[in-house]
Design a protein around this ligand. Structure first.
Ligand SMILES: [Zn+2]
Length: 130
């Protein structure tokens, strides 16, 4: 899925975990579930994650993306708490919308061509309510 962050076009791609390069960074602990590749403008997600972990990982990577696209003081070290709170408050609506779009369930509509238009409209209303 493609999305825009501060007028730059990004893409979310799901890949198998063996495609993630091992990190030598001692601050990166645990498994690598996702990656925000600024140079490619791509967010990579491990495709086999449980949906709940995938959602959480996507939010994490989108925050990296937001910080990289909007904040120009990455090198000041640890953010003061209020700065972190402002980043979360400012980015929340943008990130929430992308995550909702990404996990929106696909609706498959099978329309029987023999149905009359009234029946088709009724069927579509049923799907809308689901
Ligand atoms: Zn991270």
């Amino acid at each position: 899925m493609k999305f825009k962050m501060n007028n730059r076009e990004w893409e979310i791609k799901e890949i198998s975990q063996d495609m993630f390069e091992p990190t030598n960074d001692p601050t990166e602990q645990g498994n690598c579930y996702g990656l925000c590749a600024y140079d490619e403008q791509v967010i990579y997600l491990w495709k086999d994650l449980h949906t709940e972990q995938k959602r959480r990982t996507l939010i994490h990577e989108l925050l990296h993306c937001y910080i990289g696209c909007y904040i120009s003081f990455e090198d000041i070290g640890n953010y003061p708490e209020d700065v972190m709170c402002n980043i979360c408050a400012n980015s929340h609506d943008i990130i929430h919308k992308i995550v909702e779009d990404y996990f929106k369930p696909e609706i498959n509509v099978n329309i029987n061509v023999k149905m009359n238009p009234g029946v088709i409209i009724k069927e579509l209303h049923k799907i809308e309510k689901e």
